[in-house]
Design a binder for this molecule. Sequence first.
Ligand code: ATP
Ligand code: MG
Length: 260
Amino acid sequence: MHPTDTNGLPTPPKIAVIDLWKSFGGKQVLKGVNLTIWPGESLVIVGGSGAGKSVLLKHLIGLIHPDSGHIIVDGEDLACAEPERCLAIRRKFGMSFQEGALFDSMTVFDNIAFPLRRHTPMSEAEIAQRVRECLALVHLSGVEHKMPAQLSGGMRRRVGFARAIALKPEILLFDEPNTGLDPITAAAIDRVIIEMRDKMPVTMVTITHDMTSAFRIADRLAMLRDGKIVAVAPPEEFRQLPDPYVQGFLAGQPVEEEVA
Ligand SMILES: Nc1ncnc2c1ncn2[C@@H]1O[C@H](COP(=O)(O)OP(=O)(O)OP(=O)(O)O)[C@@H](O)[C@H]1O
Ligand SMILES: [Mg+2]
């Protein structure tokens, strides 16, 4: 797939990952990842536990640096950018981490206001307005003054989304948005993700090993295996891929990449 603009000209990628290699303590995790992410798409990366999905996502936002290879965001190479440009590129991203990462000692309001207070000159009144907008987008109006511990797992996850979108990012990264949630709550989270994609001019990259969820939210799916992207396709095409590993995944019997 190579999308074109209204004049039929090729659209440049939002993110291009080129021959990305990364090892930790002698263990080679990423072994030449190549991946193109188009503007406005919802790309879902699937793969076994320990395959390196979170490591790949953290490279996109510059939280982990590659041993070699390139991450190009809107034509700019993260590795070559001056420190101020790096910060500006990072500001294009919002991320909801696998670990959740809400500040437990802060109210929901202060959690979402945190990036706004830190990175913008907005007044408290403007911040309050933006916090309300973000909570409305994730269907959580009215919980501003609660503490994270007073919320259910699904609600905390949505507060994490609200914080990730507070600065109106161009790219949203979700690491396992459904993990640990019951199927009904997981489906509700997927609906919030789809709504965000439809209401915001945003490019989304989501990691999951939940195939039901992957098919619900993906414009394209990519399979990470043995340190490489071994397949990328739109959902219907992905289902038909003959690769036994992909088929194992689809059947709900993923082959583990490693024994933890
Ligand atoms: N900061 C780090 N230091 C050392 N090793 C790391 C680090 N981060 C990740 N790893 C290792 O890299 C490998 C891939 O980890 P990663 O968290 O990306 O897997 P994953 O595909 O996200 O798995 P899961 O589905 O369980 O979340 C693992 O072996 C992990 O131990
Ligand atoms: Mg992970």
